[in-house]
Design a protein around this ligand. Structure first.
Ligand SMILES: Cc1cc2nc3c(=O)[nH]c(=O)nc-3n(C[C@H](O)[C@H](O)[C@H](O)COP(=O)(O)OP(=O)(O)OC[C@H]3O[C@@H](n4cnc5c(N)ncnc54)[C@H](O)[C@@H]3O)c2cc1C
Ligand SMILES: Cc1ncc(C[n+]2csc(CCOP(=O)(O)OP(=O)(O)O)c2C)c(N)n1
Ligand SMILES: [Mg+2]
Length: 575
């Protein structure tokens, strides 16, 4: 009986590290690895139709579990297809290991068939990227890759030539046998005193929280209570911050609520916690800005910061809150909450559907979805208008989750993320909120839902356009061009692919069809014929002002229907 080869050892080490599936597409150079997977029973091979899907699926799994997820591609074009998804994983800071098979090791450097250099190609979207050129490097290089992905929270790439994968292994098992470290990181006592002193002096404080507040809900609320501070969130923080939160005043940014914008712009001290909110224009100019982040390199990246502290949210807030006095001034919080309540009502008014109404409003679709989706549903949303509706109309509760391509901003992510979400969470309801452009871009992987019996519910907002880009073109004052989509009947295509396929043409069809799809015991697709959003000039904008329209857009906040922007005068009044 032959001993283990390098590929067997690789799979053993991954299994030992807790990996239970690998997403990918096979190929000659990957044969050693897929054969090693076939011969064991700890790791499942999830065969997708495009390697980009494999990387996004692994990214969603890593986001939802916090643990290492793995994808694989064969040499040259096979692993090149991973790249966009890996950028997304790297930008979302999720631990993903990519196996990039390489051409035969004796051909490297000759311009051989399918030759690329993964160690250069993936350098920019990974923290660690190495070629294994001899058997004795396994498992050390793999383990460094795993450790780096976990500790840096990002991507590692292992490039493995097909022939090296088949060589006899030198070592015979994993070398590392310890659980993932989870240190508490806290600013020093002196820094905490400084932080407390600034906060104790101020009355109008606003908190901007992000994804780095995950797992620290209780501490964040306790902080806001002491400071009487409204909490604004950045989009990736929505799932961790918005629920059970009496201090919530919504999101900021172009897709945000005017109340989020207002609370940030009118504060005296802005306290940023675990956020990398990227849009400079939405930060106040005159406020004192404090930032707390676990990564020192994030401090001051997006705006001028007066005080920066390195710490994890939970540990830092636990140490900080007892040092704070109770803020007696409620005015800032009260104003912000009132503003939020009005903004919320205005948004809710737009989420309606009349019987027989055509086309349907996307807001209504997502509101209905919010109502009928499971309390622990996992939602994925495409970059495009589905991101707007997700941010505004999906209610979080601490158990629901959201996955999106929010930092990298790649189209077509929702279906691919949903595949990883469902594969790693078999009992959970997974809903992909897809654009018609996004779905078409990666349509082939609709087939994966049937092949792997993943009961994902795909809701397609069919507006026959790349609507978000159309909106951006109009905002920039240029005529929209190249945004039309001539779409097929997605419901029929879904049926042909073995999914339940439904098509809602009028508002009254939305509720029964979404309910039917959500209850369906298998994958389902509902295409909903929604309005193509029109961005009209606010009536008070003159031609001269319109020249600076895009600047104005950046300073303003889109109103709920995203067909108008909140009037400039109104924004000024808020200041
Ligand atoms: C079409 C489109 C439109 C968008 N519009 C908006 C918009 O209007 N508004 C908006 O907010 N976003 C918007 N986004 C998303 C935006 O691009 C960013 O992805 C988002 O704002 C970042 O959210 P975040 O700061 O919560 O997360 P991240 O960017 O992930 O930042 C998290 C930060 O927390 C830190 N951190 C991690 N763990 C910890 C810890 N334990 N303790 C302390 N710190 C920690 C990290 O180092 C990082 O700095 C849009 C995206 C798309 C695709
Ligand atoms: C891979 C990629 N290509 C292009 C873009 C630019 N882009 C952003 S949103 C968008 C349109 C999305 O259209 P669709 O999926 O139909 O959603 P809609 O906005 O119409 O609801 C485009 C082309 C991008 N972000 N990513
Ligand atoms: Mg569209």
């Amino acid at each position: 009986m032959p001993g283990k080869n390098v590929a067997d050892l690789l799979i053993d080490v991954l299994a030992q590290a807790g990996v239970t599936r690998i997403y990918g597409v096979p190929g000659d150079s990957l044969n050693g690895v897929t054969d090693a997977i076939r011969r064991q029973n700890k790791i499942q091979w999830v065969h997708v139709r495009h390697e980009e899907t494999a990387a996004f699926a692994a990214g969603a799994e890593a986001h939802l579990t916090g643990k290492l997820a793995v994808c694989a591609g064969s040499c040259g074009p096979g692993n090149l297809h991973l790249i966009n998804g890996l950028y997304d994983c790297q930008r979302s800071r999720v631990p993903v290991l990519a196996l990039a098979a390489q051409i035969p090791s004796n051909e490297i450097g000759s311009g051989y068939f399918q030759e690329t250099h993964p160690d250069y190609l993936f350098g920019q979207c990974s923290h660690y990227c190495e070629l294994i050129s001899q058997a004795s490097q396994m498992p050390r290089v793999l383990e460094i890759g795993i450790q780096t992905a976990l500790s840096e929270r990002g991507v590692s790439v292992i490039s493995l030539p097909g022939d090296v994968a088949l060589r006899e292994a030198v070592e015979h098992g994993p070398r590392l046998h310890f659980p993932e470290p989870s240190p508490n990181v806290c600013p020093s006592e002196k820094e905490l005193e400084t932080l407390a002193a600034i906060l104790n002096r101020a009355e109008n404080i606003t908190i901007l929280g992000g994804a780095g507040c995950a797992g620290a809900h209780e501490e964040l609320i306790a902080l806001a209570r002491k400071l009487q501070a409204p909490i604004v969130h950045a989009l990736r923080g929505k799932e961790f911050i918005e629920y059970d939160n009496p201090f919530d005043v919504g999101m900021t940014g172009l897709l945000g609520y005017s109340s989020g914008y207002h609370a940030m712009m009118t504060c005296e001290v802005l306290l940023m916690i675990g956020t990398d909110f990227p849009y400079q224009q939405f930060f106040p100019k005159d406020a004192t800005i404090i930032q707390i982040d676990i990564r020192g390199q994030q401090l001051g990246r997006r705006t001028k910061v007066d005080f920066g502290f390195v710490g994890d949210t939970k540990t830092t807030l636990r140490a900080l809150v007892p040092k704070l006095r109770q803020n007696q001034s409620e005015a800032h919080l009260k104003n912000s909450l009132e503003h939020y309540s009005k903004a919320r009502k205005d948004l809710d008014k737009l989420a309606t559907g009349q019987s027989g109404e055509k086309p349907i409003h996307s807001q209504y679709v997502v509101r209905v979805l919010d109502k009928f989706a499971a309390q622990d549903a996992i939602f994925t949303c495409d970059v495009g208008t589905p991101t707007i509706w997700t941010a505004r109309y999906l209610t979080m509760n601490g158990r629901r989750r959201i996955v999106g391509s929010f930092n990298h901003g790649s189209m077509a992510n929702a279906l691919l993320h949903a595949i990883g979400a469902q594969a790693s969470h078999p009992g959970r309801q997974v809903v992909s909120l897809s654009g018609d452009g996004g779905l078409a871009m990666m349509l082939g992987d609709l087939l994966t839902l049937r092949q792997h019996d993943l009961p994902v519910k795909v809701i397609v907002l069919k507006n026959d356009s790349l609507a978000f880009v159309e909106l951006e073109m109009k905002a920039a004052g240029i005529l929209d061009f190249g945004t039309d989509l001539h779409n097929p009947d997605f419901a029929k295509m879904a049926e042909a692919a073995g999914l339940l396929g439904l098509r809602a043409e009028t508002s009254d069809e939305v509720e029964p069809m979404l309910q039917q799809a959500l209850k369906h015991n298998g994958p389902a697709l509902v295409e909903v014929l929604v309005s193509r959003q029109e961005l009209s000039m606010p009536p008070t904008i003159t031609f001269e002002e319109a020249k600076g329209f895009s600047l104005f857009m950046l300073k303003a906040v889109l109103n709920g229907r995203s067909d108008e922007i909140v009037d400039l005068a109104e924004i000024n009044l808020f200041r």
